[in-house]
Design a binder for this molecule. Structure first.
Ligand SMILES: NC(=O)c1ccc[n+]([C@@H]2O[C@H](COP(=O)([O-])OP(=O)(O)OC[C@H]3O[C@@H](n4cnc5c(N)ncnc54)[C@H](O)[C@@H]3O)[C@@H](O)[C@H]2O)c1
Length: 275
């Protein structure tokens, strides 16, 4: 059983991952900028869990988080780089500050986490870094410009570091969830510019969490879920003419579907405090 640090663990996929990891016997540090939410969930999970304040944009906070986890649960053996944000809207509608915010959290945040973890894991002779990325790392989508750019960059960073560290004591897995019923998806469903999110039936955070916690033991190189739909998206992402032909049509289909589906308010909130 491992000591696992999960970022963004107060909500959604991170919260479900923390719950599932504790259920399977791991010791879990729930790190989040929302310390109150992480603490509420950690308290419910019992002595195998603890909450840690962490803004993943802050390099010093990362060092402090690793030290705090080592003192409370033991040295971090598995880092789940999960925390992320989205600002929905077409590129021209978002402020530069919103574009920057996504780059700082979704790209620089997990990069800083990985760079903090690497020397520590190398020194202790073991470690596993799991990146929670997105299918948008394969396929540019309207309404997801900078979000998709951060996930493309994150995937490239993750695999590049994994190649550099091959043969060393640190292993790397990357998981690409499809649409998942969390507050982030709720935000997307409420914005017509991100209507393409209605193209597929969302998964539960528990399903995605199960894939992530499986990865702690199985150490897959990359997980695309669902396997078949994911392959189609990856192929479309490789061929720009196909991509430009297909995406507007999928968006139109999703728009029609959105009118027959429950409104965004029906999306179950998955915050750690169950509100
Ligand atoms: N929900 C989806 O449909 C979906 C699909 C593909 C990928 N993802 C990815 O999964 C991950 C989790 O998403 P989610 O849907 O569970 O989101 P969510 O909004 O439910 O939870 C995100 C968590 O990250 C935390 N967070 C935000 N900024 C932070 C920061 N600077 N430092 C530390 N914590 C911070 C929030 O407080 C929150 O607890 C993200 O990386 C997201 O891009 C989500």
């Amino acid at each position: 059983m491992s000591v696992v640090l999960v970022t963004g663990a107060a909500s959604g996929i991170g919260a479900a991952t923390a719950r599932e990891a504790v259920r399977r016997g791991h010791r879990v540090a729930l790190a989040d900028i929302d310390l109150a939410g992480a603490t509420r969930l950690a308290d419910r999970l019992g002595p195998a869990a603890c909450a840690i304040p962490l803004d993943i944009r802050d390099q010093d906070a990362w060092e402090e988080a690793f030290d705090a986890v080592a003192a409370r649960l033991g040295p971090v053996e598995v880092l789940v780089n999960n925390a992320g944000i989205i600002h929905t809207g077409y590129a021209r509608q978002l402020s530069l500050e919103q574009h920057r915010h996504m780059v700082e959290v979704n790209l620089l945040g997990p990069m800083t986490g990985t760079l903090t973890a690497l020397p520590r894991m190398r020194a202790q002779g073991r470690g596993h870094i799991i990146t929670v990325c997105s299918m948008s790392s394969f396929l540019p989508l309207s309404g997801y410009t900078t979000y998709g750019a951060t996930k493309h960059g994150l995937r490239a960073f993750h695999h590049s570091v994994a190649i550099e560290e091959r043969g060393g004591p640190v292993t790397f897995s990357i998981v690409h969830p499809p649409g998942t019923r969390t507050p982030m998806l709720e935000q997307e469903m409420a914005d017509p510019s991100a209507v393409i999110t209605f193209a597929e039936k969302p998964l539960t955070p528990e399903k995605v969490a199960s894939v992530i916690v499986d990865a702690i033991v199985k150490k897959p190189v990359e997980v695309v879920h669902p396997a078949v739909g994911g392959r189609v998206q990856r192929i479309a992402g490789v061929f720009p003419r196909l991509m430009r032909f297909v995406i507007p049509r999928v968006a139109a289909m999703a728009e029609r579907r959105s009118r027959s589906i429950a409104p965004a308010t029906a999306v179950v909130r998955e915050r750690g405090d169950s509100r």
